[in-house]
Every structure is written in structure tokens, then in C-alpha cells.
Design a protein. Structure first.
Length: 282
């Protein structure tokens, strides 16, 4: 093997154990890959987050909690926070604080296909320097024709996200998304986030808005507030409250995304959620 060239790999899975008569234990695959890393950049194959998904995850102050930005930006039929099946990913070396990512799936569906009609591509360009992160991503998800053989419009999306560390205490984030041809119709969404460190406590707040799509009165907004308390490098506790305001024809969630407790929301309902938890990092 050439000097400086490394073999990289990871196997990650989620194990969820739920108690009670209605609980359902399950295993879920997460970022799993093998690849090479060196002066040329990084190349991987496997099943892992797309560059598009990372724009949201790196600007989201409530990732995997209630108030997760996915309640808004992945609601209304939009599906941009994915892990591609059969993925091939290349990340360039850093050049003038810029990094380019290209992630292609030969078939982002279960089973196999000789026509290669379920392929998808996700790409991004990232700038990172002096506490400032700016990411721009584009994704296209090709689909098979419908049961009658008619061509299906190709879903696609554009995301712009930025996060800025002003100092040791303050962080700001902003997010914009434009989507086309998903099941809920064409829709824009945006969000703002704020983080403040007060000793051992991390305070956070974010507001996200989904505009109306092809159907009027299908917009929604979400506000989330939270506090984290770190006891040491491994153990922390958190509390969060989030609320979603749905228009008459909208049914966006408040606890979906990474939190795992997906409520059934009727159109026009305004869900509110409160959560306490602990995180231990091995």
C-alpha cells in the first residue's frame, strides 16, 4: 500500500428496546462502509449519510431530539435526509478551505434492477474556516415508471446551510431548502438556530418554517427550546420542548426524525412535546 494511504471502515447499527405490550424491539442499519483515504481525498462504498443530509445535521441544534429540523424540512412528503443504498462516495482534499463531495447510488431501492432506473446522486461544496461553515448541496432521486408505464417526475432538492461560532459562548445557524416533484408538491423551507454556552450548560433555540406547497394552507412552523448539562466528556443530560403550528391542511410532526416517537398528526392539529433524556458516549 502506498505511504499515506489508509483503509477505513465502519459498521454502525441502532438497537432500540421498548418495554410494554405495544413496544417493538428492532435493529436498524446506520452508517456502514469501507474505503480508502489519502492525499487524493476519500473514497467509500456502502450505506451512509448523503452530503445533502449533512447540510441539515450540521446546522440542526436539536438533531435526534424533539424539535429536530427534519420535522419540518423532511415533512410534507419530502425525503432528502437519506442514506443511499449501494452508495459510492468521493470527498476531495481541502483546497482553499473548500471541500467537494459527490455521492452516487446505482440503485437506491431494495432488491436489484437491470435498468438502473432507481439511481440517485447527491453532491455538495463546503467552506469551513475561522468558525464559519457554509454548505451548498443538490440531490436528484430518479424513480421507476409508475404501474401504467408513465414516466415519474424526478424528485430533487437544493439546500444551503451555514453555522457560525461567534466566540466560545455563541453560535448561530441558518438553513434554506427548495424541493421539487416530491409527493407533497414543490415547497420551500427555512430555519434559524441559536446556541449559547453558560458554564456547563448549553442553551439552544431554533425556529423552522415550511411554506405552502401546491395545496394552499399546507404551511407549518416549529419552535424548539432546549438545555443540555454536561457532567463530563462522556455523560450529559438534556431537556427540550417543541411545538409545531400547522395550517388547516398541514400535518407536520414535532417528534419525528431521529427522536423515534412519531406521532399521528391530523391536518390542522398543533402538536407539543416535552422530552428529558441522557446521552452517554463510549
Amino acid at each position: 500500500m502506498q505511504p499515506g494511504l489508509q483503509v477505513i471502515g465502519q459498521i454502525e447499527a441502532l438497537v432500540r428496546v421498548e418495554e410494554g405490550d405495544t413496544g417493538s424491539d428492532y435493529f436498524d442499519a446506520r452508517d456502514t462502509f469501507v474505503g480508502l483515504q489519502g492525499d487524493f481525498g476519500m473514497a467509500r462504498i456502502g450505506y451512509f449519510d448523503t452530503p445533502m443530509k449533512k447540510v441539515r445535521s450540521r446546522t440542526d441544534f436539536f438533531g435526534d431530539k424533539i424539535g429536530d429540523a427534519r420535522n419540518i424540512v423532511s415533512g410534507g412528503g419530502v425525503s432528502l435526509d437519506k442514506r443511499f443504498r449501494n452508495g459510492i462516495h468521493y470527498q476531495s482534499p481541502v483546497f482553499s478551505n473548500l471541500t467537494v463531495d459527490v455521492h452516487y447510488s446505482t440503485n437506491d431501492a431494495t432488491g436489484s434492477t437491470p435498468q438502473n432506473e432507481n439511481d440517485a446522486i447527491s453532491s455538495s461544496i463546503t467552506y469551513s474556516a475561522d468558525g464559519l461553515l457554509v454548505m451548498l448541496a443538490y440531490e436528484r432521486q430518479n424513480q421507476l415508471d409508475d404501474a401504467q408505464g408513465n414516466a415519474v417526475a424526478t424528485p430533487s432538492g437544493l439546500r444551503l446551510g451555514t453555522r457560525y461560532k461567534l466566540n466560545d459562548s455563541w453560535q448561530l445557524a441558518a438553513f434554506y431548502q427548495q424541493t421539487k416533484n416530491f409527493s407533497g408538491g414543490d415547497r420551500d423551507a427555512w430555519g434559524l438556530g441559536l446556541g449559547y454556552k453558560l458554564g456547563a450548560y448549553d442553551l439552544s433555540a431554533q425556529y423552522y418554517q415550511a411554506e405552502s406547497a401546491d395545496v394552499s394552507d399546507s404551511d407549518a412552523s416549529m419552535l424548539a427550546l432546549g438545555v443540555d448539562r454536561a457532567l463530563n466528556k462522556s455523560l450529559s443530560f438534556y431537556a427540550a420542548v417543541a411545538m409545531t403550528d400547522n395550517a388547516d391542511r398541514a400535518n407536520f410532526n414535532v417528534s419525528a426524525g431521529g427522536h423515534g416517537k412519531r406521532l399521528t398528526i391530523t391536518p390542522g392539529a398543533d402538536p407539543v412535546a416535552l422530552s428529558f433524556g441522557t446521552i452517554y458516549k463510549f
